[in-house]
Design a protein around this ligand. Sequence first.
Ligand SMILES: Cc1cc2nc3c(=O)[nH]c(=O)nc-3n(C[C@H](O)[C@H](O)[C@H](O)COP(=O)(O)OP(=O)(O)OC[C@H]3O[C@@H](n4cnc5c(N)ncnc54)[C@H](O)[C@@H]3O)c2cc1C
Length: 636
Amino acid sequence: MLNARIPSGPIEQQWDKCRFEMKLVNPANRRKHSIIVVGSGLAGAAAAATLGQQGYRVACFSYHDTPRRAHSIAAQGGINAAKNYRNDGDSVLRLFKDTVKGGDFRAREANVYRLAQISVNIIDQCVAQGVPFAREYGGLLDTRSFGGVQVQRTFYARGQTGQQLLLGAYQALEEQIAAGTVTMHIRSELLDVVIVNGRARGIVTRDLVTGHIECHAADVIVLATGGYSNVFYLSTNAKASNCTAIWRAYRRGALFGNPCFTQIHPTCIPLSSEHQSKLTLMSESLRNDGRVWVPKKKGETRAAKDIPEDERDYYLERRYPSFGNLVPRDVASRNAKEVCDDGRGVGPHGQGVYLDFADAIHRLGLETVREKYGNLFDIYERITGEDAYTVPMRIYPAPHYTMGGLWVDYHLMSTIPGLFVGGEANFSDHGANRLGASALMQGLADGYFILPSTVPDYLASTTLDPVDVSHEAFMATTAEVKDRIAALVAIKGKRSPDSFHRELGKIIWDNCGMARSDAGLRKALARIPELREEFWHNLRIVGGDDELNQALEKANRISDFLEIAELMCIDALDRTESCGGHFRVESQTPEGEAKRDDAHFSYTAAWEWKGSGQAPALHKEPLTFEYVPLSQRSYK
Ligand SMILES: Cc1cc2nc3c(=O)[nH]c(=O)nc-3n(C[C@H](O)[C@H](O)[C@H](O)COP(=O)(O)OP(=O)(O)OC[C@H]3O[C@@H](n4cnc5c(N)ncnc54)[C@H](O)[C@@H]3O)c2cc1C
C-alpha cells in the first residue's frame, strides 16, 4: 500500500530526474488552480509565497493574528547548509551522512540526500531576501557547530535565526498578498479536512474571534502546521502549538509516521515550580563554548565556584572524547538524565547539570561571548535571576521537537491524494533523532523548493472534478465539526482544560519521554483512555462557542492530544528496539547506549486510523541503506 515514489537511479541524480519528469502547469493556467496552505510558519509561509509567485490562487490559514507569530520565530541557534565556506571537509555527502547517522538510521535516504542538496540553495535564497545572517569581520557569512557533526556548517543570526528567517519568508508572503495571489486568513483554525472522492478538496475552519465555522474548497491542500511536542504539556514549543490539523487529517485517512519519535532537547532551563506552564530552550549553539559538568560527589551542596576542578565530572567530554559537548541531542539528554538519576544533579530539585562558560570567557573574552550569545544569556537571567557570565547555567532536557508526523512520500504527499504536508508536521527527514539546526533547513527546503515543484506536478497530472463548498462532503464534515464543539461546551463538568492537559503531559513524560519501558507504556495505555473518558464527562469550559473563547480553543486541541498520546504509546510499545530519541530501557548496550534492532525494525511505522475505540493498523515502509551503511552510532 505504501509507495514512497522514490525516483530510480543514483541518489545524487534522483531529485533532478524527478523534477525533470514532473509535469508543468502552463503559466496562463496556473490562476485557474486554487491551493490551500494551512500554516504560515517557515514551511507554510515559504510554500504559500512561492506558489503564489508562480501564479496559483493561494489561500493561507493561520490561527495566529499574523504570520510573524508562528512558532518558527522561536528558533534560536541556526540553520545547516553544506556550503563548506569553512573549507573544513563539509559536502552534500557529509551532511547527508551526518543526518542519516544522527537520525539513527530511521530516515529515508533519498529524502535526506535531497535535503542536503537543497540546503545550499536555502542560504542563497535567504541572503537574497536580506536575512541578516551573522558575518565575520571581512563580510563573509559566519558559521558555527551543532551537535553530532565535526564541521561548522550552521548559519545563524545571533540567537534569533528563526525570527530573521521568518521575517524573510513573511516579506515574501506579504509581497504575494499585496499582488493578490495569496489571501491570508488569520485567526482561523483548521478543524477538519474535507475529502471528496478520495481526494483532499477542502478544509473546515473556525474563526477564533467570532466562533464562526467556515468551509473552504481548493484543488490541493498543504498542511504546514508544526509539531506536537505540547502533548507533554511542558515543552519548549509555543503554548498554542498543537496537533489538531495533522490529527484530524489522520482521522480522515492520512497515515501517521513514527508518532513515538520525539526529541528531548538537552539544554533547557530546568523546571522550577509545579505551576509552570512552559519550558525555555537555551540554544544548542551554547554547547560550542559551554562545558557540561556535574559534581563527582552525590548530593553535593557546595556552589559551583567552590567545587574544585578535580571534583567535577565533565561527563560528555569524558565519555565521548571525539564529539565532547557536541554529541547529538538524544545522547546528551540521556546522559544528563543518567547523572541526575545517579544523584549528582544540581539546582533546587537535583534535576539539572551545569553548562559552564568560565573557560570560554577566559579564552575568548567576555565581550566575544556576549556578542555570540548575549540574548540567550539575557533570557536565562530574566527567567532564573542568575548571571550566567559569572555562575554556570543550569540546564535539563525538555520536550522540544517531534520527528513523527503525517507520513509523506518523496513528493511530500500524504496517503490522501491532494493532501501535502511540509515542515515539522510531516514525519520528516530526521529519523529517530533530529540533529540541531536541521528543522529550519527541512522546513525551508519543503516550502521554498520541494512543494513548489511537487504540488504543480499533482495539479498537472490529475483530473479534478469541479467542487465547491455546497458539496455534501463539506456539509457532512461541517456538521461533525459543529457537533464536536457543541459537545465540548455542553459538558459543564468541574475540571479546566489545563488540568487535563497537565495530567496527560505527566503521564506521557513519565512513560513515553526520555526512557520507555514495556511496563510503563502499558501503564500509560491503561490510564490515557480513562483520562480521555473523564475529559468528555468532566470538562468545564467557561463561555460559549460563538465568541473569542480560549478555553474552548484549548479544550479542542487537548481532545486531540488525548488521542495522539495513545498512538505515541502504541507505537513506542510496538518498537521494542531503542533508536535515537526512542530509548527502550530493555534495549541498550552494556555502556547504556541505545541498541537498535535493524533486523526487525528497519522501517518507518505508518499508522492507520481505524475508528474510535479500534486499534490502529500498522503499515511498514521498509528502509534500506545503500549509501550510508548501517552501523552502530558512535560518538566516542
Ligand atoms: C525554542 C525552539 C528553538 C528552536 N531552534 C531551532 C534552531 O535553531 N534551528 C532549527 O533548525 N530548528 C529549531 N527549532 C525547531 C524549528 O523552530 C521548528 O521545527 C520549525 O520552526 C517548525 O516550522 P513549521 O513551519 O513546520 O511550523 P510552525 O512554525 O510551528 O508553524 C505552524 C503554523 O501552522 C499554523 N497552524 C497550526 N495548526 C493550525 C490549525 N489547526 N489551523 C490553522 N493554522 C494552524 C500556525 O498558526 C503556524 O502559522 C526550534 C524549536 C524551538 C521550540
